[in-house]
Design a protein around this ligand. Structure first.
Ligand code: NAP
Length: 319
């Protein structure tokens, strides 16, 4: 079984021929059809992520595949089901197959293309859950950073369904934002661009995956009582908030990590969220741009492509 493996944090991965993993009573074996290369995978490889499996370890945080075997105690899925493999403490979707506890698999809508389902486990669910903050009403504005990302595209589509408007912040003028109501660039004129785009309105929710100075700037334009949700730090910098903004505007700051939700949410809620998002993917309402598909054997090129700045869309391993 082909398996992309990490032997030392911060060092290149290798492709090995690995023995199939043993199956426990509550485990599920999944033949992987498609798995994306996400920013969180690269953080894991560098050793700077909250997921730090013992080494050597297979890698790949999410994917989609077909159940080929179930342990005697498994009740959630059956052999032959198309399932998402959700992020869990033992990654390994950049392999031909993975064995995971049943908690980390959930049925996917079989009408959808597998390359589209590949990013449903993390980004589609995260976008769905992020929009539950801030008690948004129709017509409200949400502002989001890294807006041309896969996650940002999902946020725009889901916000539109609810009649919520999105202000999209990108770091370069040629970034392609899909969906959304306005686009601004985080250069020296950000505040002026926002004033022109919002014409006096103020966002009630800031969704941030970049961190650093852009958050400080965006906090200044938020509505009183607004919420800030931090879900990533692509800039690798911390953010600061002006104390007057925080207290006079009564801002609320949240941290969000999908893995925490998967660990704590009741099974019914997990199944409901994934049934909703995979149905929206099957219907074409949620769509990820796919930059390229690679076979596992071509892992080095896939990693190089996924790490390159200015890429448009997701790089995905497919069978
Ligand atoms: N907390 C959670 O549970 C959770 C769940 C899902 C995603 N996330 C996070 O959400 C973010 C987006 O993920 P994704 O999979 O949607 O990404 P993606 O589709 O792979 O796109 C990467 C995005 O990051 C931007 N970017 C990269 N480095 C940057 C920097 N130094 N400053 C500003 N922007 C930068 C890119 O901009 P360019 O196009 O200009 O290169 C692009 O918009 C990541 O931080 C990811 O870890 C968090």
């Amino acid at each position: 079984m082909k398996s992309v493996q990490l032997h030392e944090y911060g060092k290149p991965v290798t492709l090995v021929e690995a023995e199939p993993a043993p199956l426990g009573d509550t485990d599920v074996r999944v033949a992987i059809e498609a798995a994306p290369l996400n920013p969180s995978d690269f953080l894991t490889l560098s050793g700077r992520y909250a997921v730090r499996p013992p080494l050597p370890s297979p890698v790949g945080g999410e994917g989609v595949g077909v159940v080929t075997e179930t342990g005697a105690g498994v009740t959630a899925v059956r052999t032959g089901d198309l399932v998402l493999v959700l992020p869990n403490p033992r990654p390994g979707t950049w392999q031909e197959e993975i064995v995971v506890p049943e908690r980390f698999v959930v049925r996917a809508d079989p009408r959808a293309e597998v390359t589209q389902l590949a990013t449903a486990g993390i980004n589609a669910a995260t976008a769905y859950l992020l929009l539950s903050y801030g008690e948004l009403r129709e017509g409200d504005w949400v502002v989001q950073t890294a807006a041309n990302s896969g996650l940002g595209t999902f946020v725009n589509a889901l916000a539109k369904l609810r009649g919520v408007r999105t202000l999209n912040v990108v770091r370069r003028a040629d970034a392609v934002v899909r969906g959304g109501d306005a686009v601004v660039v985080s250069d020296g004129t950000l505040t002026e661009q926002i004033a022109a785009a919002l014409a006096g309105d103020r966002p009630r929710l800031l969704l941030d995956g970049v961190s650093g100075p852009v958050v400080t700037e965006l906090a200044a334009v938020l509505a009183p009582g607004a919420h800030i949700v931090s879900f990533g730090a692509l800039s690798q910098q911390p953010f600061t908030l002006s104390t007057p903004h925080l207290l006079f505007k009564n801002l609320t700051v949240h941290g969000f990590w999908l893995n925490n939700w998967i660990a704590a949410a009741p099974r019914e809620e997990i199944e409901r969220v994934y049934a909703d998002v995979t149905a929206l993917i099957a219907e074409g309402v949620l769509r990820t741009e796919i930059a390229a598909e690679y076979a596992l054997a071509d892992y080095a090129r896939a990693i190089e492509h996924a790490s390159a700045p200015g890429r448009t869309g997701k790089v995905v391993f497919t069978r």
